[in-house]
Design a protein around this ligand. Sequence first.
Ligand code: C2R
Length: 182
Amino acid sequence: MDETKKSAKVLVVMGSDSDLKVTEPASAILDRLGIPYEFRVASAHRTPEMAVALAREAARSGVAVIIAVAGGAAHLAGVMASQTLLPVLGVPVAATPLGGIDAMFATAQMPKGIPVGCMAVGGTANAALLAARIIAINDENVRNRLEQWQKELRQKVRDADVRVQALFNNSAESDPGGAGAD
Ligand code: C2R
């Protein structure tokens, strides 16, 4: 595939700029994977026309996946999903005394017919990675970068295992299978 070919975009919409801190990890991941993205603020409650317009225009402007980040009575992902056939990933935010359970239920419990993928509370990094996996179906460059990312993730766990063993294990030989000590 042509390296210069532009990947499809991810549209990341926050219900409020108070969600920015939770949303930021998505940008690091999308940068790392070379996926263009746009961060916006729009609310299904406070600026419904804007949320609807963003969803309606997304496909035309090269967006492949929408990530909707919202806390409390989180209707943003569902409303955006009602206005487009693009996949919408909703990220609930812990923005109220209910700690994100409210937003998670609102995001997950969509009525039949309008699907939204509900991520973990605050799970913007995984939302970015899942968006990348969707884009990777048709984009070899993104797929290769994801493979590299996954390799590094595995290596980090192996390195951590070696560090922890060196710090705490008092047997002469380490036991890679974890079943030897008695
Ligand atoms: P403020 O801090 O602006 O009061 O917002 C936002 O995502 C934020 O987490 C508090 C919380 O309200 C959320 N919000 C929604 C929607 N619009 C804003 N859940 C919506 O359209 O669903």
